[in-house]
Design a protein around this ligand. Structure first.
Ligand code: PBG
Length: 328
């Protein structure tokens, strides 16, 4: 790399004025880069605060229109739906996942009917909101069984696709599920339904508030380390991504976000595929509570989202998506 030398070169010259800083800026952020997660709850006229996540609510379906209207107005391309399933509907097999009248299915139908293709819908494929043990897969003799879980995930994917879901997002970390889901989607004429693979999902404590929000926290027995990744590893992440690309993933995700920017950059540099980052619930709560208590100012939201762009993310799933003001 060739560069000049002080005093001929003064880096501060280009930083002196706002117009000049804008001229040399290397990255930008717009609403097009953001995906908004939405928590769903039963009942009518419900907008229930989530204690560990300031400004985030669980919505009953009849209260969704306001937040979706706002997202469409801002041109947020997609929302991601997450259900809080009633405890009495949970069982070891997570069978509520396959109920065509479960919360997610009802929400997909509602949004598609009202908004057509004005906004994309992405749905998690995993069993944790539905299982009484809180795991993403089926539990047999204290083991999460891979292939039997995939059979259920395929059914869950087909159900969501048949409801009108645009993007299937397996977040379960079972081996081989992307290929099986792709194959079955195609067989059932859902070849246009996209797959975003949570390809690189670390076993992380940053998911804590999310598990609160969907009500799987108290339920979770043990941890998810036999299927989610070990945060000591990088090469393993690249292998996961290459497998999922071969199996048919349209985009891949890295999760959590900010502590894993190195992984995002690595994946992007190796594979040149759309990479999404998930600024997860724990990251959100730390920042939101820091702002609330006056420890940091709210520019950190923009700063963290820009960090994802700098690292190479195409888009970021963030609970800040509809709160941040990018109209300047
Ligand atoms: C479920 C799922 C989780 C998140 C997204 N999908 C939690 C988990 O794996 O335990 C976490 C999202 C967040 O923390 O915001 N498979």
């Amino acid at each position: 790399m060739i560069t000049g030398k002080y005093p001929n070169l003064r880096m501060r010259r280009s930083r002196k004025n706002s117009w000049s800083r804008r001229l040399v800026q290397e990255n930008s952020l717009s609403y097009n880069d953001l995906i908004l997660p939405i928590f769903l709850t039963d009942g009518s006229n419900q907008k229930i605060p989530i204690k560990s996540m300031p400004n985030i609510y669980r919505y009953s379906i009849d209260r969704l229109s306001k937040i979706i209207d706002k997202s469409i107005k801002k041109k947020i391309p997609m929302v991601a739906l997450f259900p809080q399933t009633k405890i009495k509907l949970k069982n070891p097999l997570g069978s509520e996942a396959l109920n065509e009248n479960n919360l997610v299915c009802k929400a997909i139908r509602y949004i598609k009917k009202r908004y057509k293709n004005e906004i994309g819908i992405m749905c998690d494929v995993a069993l944790d909101p539905y299982t009484s043990h809180g795991h993403d897969g089926l539990l047999k003799n204290s083991k999460i069984v891979n292939d039997e879980t995939i059979n259920v995930l395929v059914k869950q994917s087909l159900l969501q696709a048949s409801m009108g879901c645009d993007v299937i997002a397996p977040s379960d970390m079972m081996d081989g599920r992307i290929g099986k889901i792709r194959k079955e989607l195609d067989k059932n004429k859902f070849e246009d339904v996209q797959i975003i693979s949570y390809a690189v999902k670390y076993a992380s404590s940053f998911y804590g508030p999310f598990r609160d929000a969907v009500g799987s926290k108290g339920a979770l027995r043990g941890d998810k380390k036999t299927y989610q990744m070990d945060f000591k590893n990088t090469n393993e992440a690249l292998r996961e991504v290459s497998i999922d690309i071969k199996e048919g993933a349209d985009m891949v995700m890295v999760k959590p976000g900010l502590p894993y920017l190195d992984i995002i950059k690595n994946v992007k540099e190796h594979f040149k595929i759309p990479v999404l980052a998930y600024q997860v619930s724990g990251e959100y709560s730390l920042i939101a509570n820091g702002i609330k208590q006056g420890i940091i100012d709210d520019n950190v939201i923009y700063e963290t989202l820009m960090a994802f762009k700098r690292a190479g993310s195409n888009a970021i799933i963030s609970y800040f998506a509809d709160q941040i003001n990018l109209d300047f």
